[in-house]
Design a protein around this ligand. Structure first.
Ligand SMILES: [Mn+2]
Length: 262
């Protein structure tokens, strides 16, 4: 069973909050019915069959350590029930506790990360839990067997050193092709920051970074993944920045297409 899990938490955002409102806004795109639940490969998001909505985690406060513990506990419980999870963020900091739980259930997990940013800062604004740092926490704790980052276009010298230090496979947007797909291994987890897309396609994110992917390029890449996908997150939708729910609809579309891989 695929389980949707809303993670309405954005207190580790460095620039602008709002991503905590994303899970319900993505659900709204399903409920409004202007699109339909079909996936391009012939399936559909069917809440009667095969996929269930696990609701949102209810956080008691915003303290990162406590929030992360709640996320870990919730994900571990769902994985113990043999669910596959698609988490709806939230800012990108939530990926670290999710992967902690996944690494426990799936030793040798491989991580595919779509983003304009590598999020490998050792810490950002003195916050080691920043949404700019989850992949540093994941790699320093040896939680995954490999990390492949696709769509980057903001690498600074510090982050280039981090890429080398943690032997991250990087496909910068300036060099983009689908060749990285051949190097993917199972079990695979996909972490999708919507700002990997060009702001023209996804304006409803906190960090607009021009020069990104088209929605079509991203969907084509997802469709060509040939190894089993055991989990995913879709993060960084900021409904406060969106225009007529354009980006929320992109997130809903990507939710559908990712579910068709699982
Ligand atoms: Mn990003």
């Amino acid at each position: 069973m695929i389980k949707l899990l809303g993670i309405p938490y954005d207190a580790n955002s460095s620039f602008m909050r709002g991503a905590a409102n994303a899970p319900d806004q993505i659900r709204l795109m399903h409920q409004l019915g202007s699109s339909n639940p079909s996936t391009e490969k012939g399936g559909s998001i069917d809440f009667e069959n095969g996929i269930a909505d696990g609701g949102n985690i209810q956080f008691r406060n915003e303290v990162p350590e406590l929030v992360f513990q709640q996320i870990r506990d919730e994900v571990l419980q769902l994985l113990a029930e043999n669910d596959k999870i698609i988490a709806l963020g939230g800012d990108h900091s939530i990926t670290y506790p999710i992967i902690e739980a996944y690494a426990h259930r799936y030793p040798g997990l491989h991580l595919l990360h779509f983003d304009a940013h590598s999020d490998l800062y050792e810490h950002f604004d003195k916050n080691p839990f920043s949404h700019a740092s989850p992949f540093a926490r994941i790699m320093e704790n040896y939680l995954v067997a490999s990390l492949t980052q696709v769509g980057l276009r903001t690498l600074c010298s510090h982050q280039r050193r981090q890429v080398d230090r943690y032997r991250v496979k990087v496909v910068e947007m300036k060099d983009f092709s689908l060749d990285f797909l051949k190097g993917l291994n199972a079990p695979l987890y996909i972490s999708l920051d919507l700002d990997v897309l060009d702001p023209a396609f996804a304006p409803g994110v906190s960090h607009h970074e021009p020069g990104g992917m088209t929605t079509r390029q991203l969907i084509d890449a997802l469709h060509q993944i040939s190894v089993p996908v055991v989990g995913a997150d879709i993060v960084e939708l900021n409904p406060n920045r969106d225009i007529h729910d354009m980006t929320a609809m992109v997130a809903y579309k990507l939710l559908k297409e990712i579910s068709s891989l699982m």
